[in-house]
Design a protein around this ligand. Structure first.
Ligand code: NM2
Length: 533
């Protein structure tokens, strides 16, 4: 099959925007970090409620869609079969959207809440521990996955039902902004903009994961932490995910995702069995109760009087982070969801995604917390994980957690490989999606050109290394979350477009059925028409 051509305007504008920004950030990283840092504080501070309300609404809409009359609508013709087995499909959509962040925050997020709890709770108290174990599950739970799922629906609908020959965010907005604008300059701006969001997002993940890997490596094999080690790690990563993205969706990406998911389950099971099994189970059950009881409270918590900044610093920041990744997830998930129904897609993301994240938080986070609680009783019997985190940073606290477990050395090795692969699967789907969005027309079953996929893979690694060495990675990370602000409106437009399309097509089908009936009975019954129009 011929390879699709690139869309020159989108491709070169994206490359130009990224190149100019990287040069500016390299020239003056401090000013960049300051400006974007302030902008981020401004957005989460002033528009926080918009994020909270919007994301809660997204969750509500998806539940309504999945359970309602549209749930059975298929992405494809009635006879279309899914391209991937359900297991691989869920593994792919889970591992694409989840990078090293889950390993990182899944292990250590509780410690921040334990030290600085919400609801004016006493730090390090029993109540603080309860909330600490629960909040991570909230920030990586249903609402978060609803944000991911939201753009996947209109994009998949545009591709497989409306049969648009591209996989772009702009196309998903066509129902509202009109086809002319979606194909024109407005659409290109939307696409370049979101591409830029991914690159920043990937920079964030790499910036978070690289110190963790180098901390683990230096603990295990005694190599000195250095810039060179960081760069070697990123190059190794780029090779792994570059290879998988080069071999394509059905081979490389699927295989890497499968390995990722199995290894994740294996490591989690190992820690569950050889770690504090009973505490993990009882802590998880307790957290689940607290979460279900307080889901609404947590969804709308702003602490407007207390002014602790908990919501801005955590929930709103998290929602913004998920939103920044959402269009990429939308395109990628749409790509792999041909032949699935709306209900299946919502269930896979909301239930599958949430349970996957909860597995990490339940096992890794609670294990880490149990060490802290043991330390509080008897310093010799546990580890002061939160203390290590405050003193030496999160990576050191994460490594200290694994070192304290049975088989610590091996476990740390497995954890490191897992973190590497988790991020690699996110990076390869990012590169694939970037290539998808910057391709011209893509026929059904076609993939973006090989060189084009590889180009984005290398670009992602290169930008991270250059900005890490030269400074400016922090600014880029902040900027990527800032891009979530206009994306909220774009996602709103895409969702509205989707509902409009569903309604239009429903009327069309009903009209057709009515027409068929007229023909069958050989007479025109105007009253049937009146019902459907
Ligand atoms: N999210 C899931 O590194 C990562 O896990 C990237 C982060 C948006 C919080 C995704």
């Amino acid at each position: 099959m011929k390879q699709p051509k690139i869309d020159k305007i989108i491709f070169f504008s994206a490359v130009a925007v990224i190149a100019i920004l990287s040069i500016l950030l390299l020239a003056d990283p401090e000013t960049g970090t300051k400006i974007f840092g302030n902008a981020l504080i401004f957005i989460t501070g002033k528009f926080g409620t918009l994020y909270l309300l919007g994301c809660a609404a997204a969750f509500g809409m998806l539940v309504w869609l999945a359970l309602g009359k549209y749930g059975n609508i298929k992405f494809g013709d009635p006879e279309t079969k899914p391209e991937f087995s359900t297991k691989s499909w869920v593994a792919m959509l889970f591992t694409a959207g989840i990078g090293s962040g889950l390993m990182y925050w899944g292990t250590i997020e509780w410690a921040w809440y334990y030290l600085y709890p919400p609801y004016q709770v006493e730090p390090k108290s029993v109540e603080a521990a309860n909330w600490a174990a629960t909040y991570g599950m909230f920030h990586w739970g249903f609402t978060a996955w609803a944000i991911y799922c939201l753009p996947a629906l209109p994009i998949a609908y545009a591709m497989y039902v409306r049969k648009y020959k591209n996989a772009r965010l702009s196309t998903a907005c066509a129902g509202v902004i009109g086809e002319k604008h979606a194909q024109g300059i407005v659409g290109k701006v939307i696409d370049v903009f979101f591409m830029f969001g991914i690159i920043g997002g990937v920079g964030t993940s790499l910036g978070l994961a690289t110190p963790l890997i180098s901390q683990a490596l230096s603990t295990m094999i005694g190599v000195e932490k250095s810039m060179t080690l960081d760069a070697i790690i990123i190059v190794a990563w780029t090779i792994i995910f570059g290879l998988s993205v080069y071999t394509g969706l059905k081979k490389g990406l699927k295989i890497l995702s499968d390995i990722n998911a199995w290894l994740f389950i294996g490591v989690a099971l190992f820690i569950f069995v050889f770690g504090p099994t009973v505490f993990i189970l009882s802590r998880f059950t307790d957290s689940l109760g607290l979460l279900l009881q307080n889901f609404v409270r947590m969804s709308f918590y702003t602490d407007s009087v207390g002014g602790s900044g908990f919501a801005e610093g955590w929930t709103i920041f998290y929602w913004a982070w998920w939103v920044a990744y959402a269009p990429f997830m939308g395109i990628f998930v749409a790509r792999i969801s041909k032949g699935r129904t709306i209900r299946q897609l919502v269930a896979a993301e909301l239930i599958g995604g949430t349970l996957g994240c909860w597995l990490a938080f339940a096992v890794l986070g609670n294990t880490s917390m149990s060490l802290q609680l043991a330390f509080a009783k008897d310093p010799a019997a546990g580890v002061d994980v939160a203390g290590i985190m405050e003193k030496s940073g999160e990576p050191a606290a994460i490594v200290a957690t694994f070192q304290a477990l049975p088989g610590g050395f091996l476990l740390l090795g497995a954890f490191t490989i897992l973190t590497l692969i988790f991020l690699a699967t996110t990076l390869d789907s990012s590169a694939y999606t970037l290539a998808d969005a910057a391709s011209k027309e893509i026929e059904d079953g076609q993939e973006p050109a090989k060189w084009h996929r590889l180009f984005w893979a290398i670009a992602l690694g290169a930008i991270a290394i250059i900005l890490m060495y030269g400074g400016g990675l922090k600014a880029l990370q902040k900027l990527s979350v800032i891009t979530s602000f206009p994306l909220i409106f774009i996602l709103g437009i895409a969702s509205y477009s989707f509902l409009k399309w569903l309604r239009e097509d429903e009327i069309k089908v009903r009209n057709q059925e009515a027409d068929n009936e007229f023909t069958a009975y050989g007479k025109k019954d105007e009253s049937t028409r009146a019902i459907v129009s």
